[in-house]
Design a protein around this ligand. Structure first.
Ligand code: SF4
Length: 377
């Protein structure tokens, strides 16, 4: 049995793709970790929210998958781990995604917005810490007009012309994306979250559409952004078939960055009674994505570090090559709770930088001071 999976891993490594049936076999292969792989489906075990063991053990086939992904990542990027300074500048959002802690209808959240000066002070501090990429992330907050976003982007560019600016501010009109790009933003993160229409409707209200989200992603690509997409692992109703659709969608989009993390519950959302997603499945998919998209920038996400104390280290060893320490002012970090128990909300930015450096080197990689652009593909 193990040989069958190892053959599939070899084939995926060599050819960069598998048939639908073969991919489904890898996605659903038995695990040694003891975790439920699809905790929020009717097929899940009766007590799927079991605590994850501190040292999960993996089968030989799972280890072979992680090792294959690590070899490909080393071939493409050697031991480099690129660092992005994350600034969460607004916790207001006009949308009401059922899984998200900062959704519009969460009345229990104290909201905040950062001014342009506050954002610039974060980027100045980040620059001194060695960051050469800044990610400006927020809910879809109409308070920030296109002109304000352009002013923020161009002010950062003026002060730090050697840095890359990534925006992650949701679905906009194509003209707005073009204006931000012309002002100097060169990257955009917009996870598609799920490529399956039925699954999408379990996670989002009817006013949001998967079709529009996909259109935004293709608009961004056409404009010339380096584009990041991705999805949550283990959200309500997600099946192996949904994950296969996610992979097939990404193969159409060919994004430069792919962000995946386990779904994590938030107590003030309609999905509060769901279980967290699976660490094992997130690692497994990180490796599969590395083998299909060898060139990609794949973060070891904060959500991975939240679900397990060594989640980000395991993510790097499974093929991830980006980390995103928080640069937001400490006093607002707890108010950007997309999910419960989010880590890194109390440390100073300098402590986050040091912590990430230690975690990276203890995993056998090196944090590099670089814009960390994607390789040509
Ligand atoms: S997931 Fe994004 S768009 Fe949806 S409510 Fe949260 S911040 Fe807003």
């Amino acid at each position: 049995m193990a040989e069958k999976y190892e053959e599939l891993i070899d084939k995926l490594t060599e050819e960069g793709d598998l048939s639908d049936d073969e991919l489904l076999a890898l996605i659903t292969m038995p695990t040694g970790s003891g975790e439920g792989l699809f905790p929020n489906t009717p097929q899940a075990a009766s007590d799927p929210c079991e605590r994850l063991p501190l040292s999960p053990s993996f089968t030989e086939a799972e280890k072979a998958l992680f090792d294959a992904a690590d070899r490909v990542r080393r071939r493409e990027y050697k031991t480099a781990v690129y660092v992005r300074g994350l600034i969460e500048f607004s916790s207001f959002c006009r949308n009401d995604c059922y899984y998200c802690g900062i959704r519009r209808d969460n009345r229990n959240l104290k909201r905040y917005r950062l001014s342009c000066d506050q954002i610039l002070s974060c980027t100045d501090q980040g620059y001194d810490l060695g960051y050469r990429t800044f990610v400006l992330q927020g809910g879809e907050d109409p308070y920030y007009t296109d002109q304000m976003i352009c002013d923020i982007v161009s002010s950062i560019k003026e002060r730090h012309p050697d840095c890359a600016i990534t925006l992650s501010i949701g679905e906009k009109e194509r003209e707005s994306y073009q204006r931000y790009f012309d002002a100097g933003a060169e990257r955009y993160l917009l996870r598609h979250e799920t490529a399956d229409t039925r699954h999408y409707s379990l996670l989002h209200p009817a006013e949001l559409s998967l079709e529009h989200r996909k259109k935004c992603l293709f608009d961004l690509k056409e404009i010339g952004y380096q584009v990041g997409s991705g999805f949550m692992v283990g959200s309500l109703g997600q099946t192996a078939g949904c994950l296969l659709e996610d992979i097939r969608f990404l193969q159409m989009l060919m994004p430069d960055m792919i962000g995946i993390g386990p779904y994590l519950t938030h107590h003030d959302t309609p999905l509060r009674d769901c279980c967290n997603g699976s660490l094992t499945m997130t690692l497994r998919l990180t490796s599969i994505l590395r083998l299909i998209f060898p060139y990609a920038l794949i973060p070891a996400t904060t959500a991975l570090g939240t679900i397990h104390p060594l989640g980000r280290e395991m993510g790097m060893k499974a093929g991830a090559n980006v980390v995103m320490p928080n640069l937001s002012p400490v006093k607002v970090r707890k108010q950007y709770q997309l999910y419960d128990n989010k880590i890194c909300t109390g440390e100073l930015s300098s402590e986050c930088r040091g912590c990430m450096e230690r975690r990276t080197s203890s995993s056998g990689y090196q944090l590099v001071i670089d814009r960390g652009d994607v390789k040509a593909h």
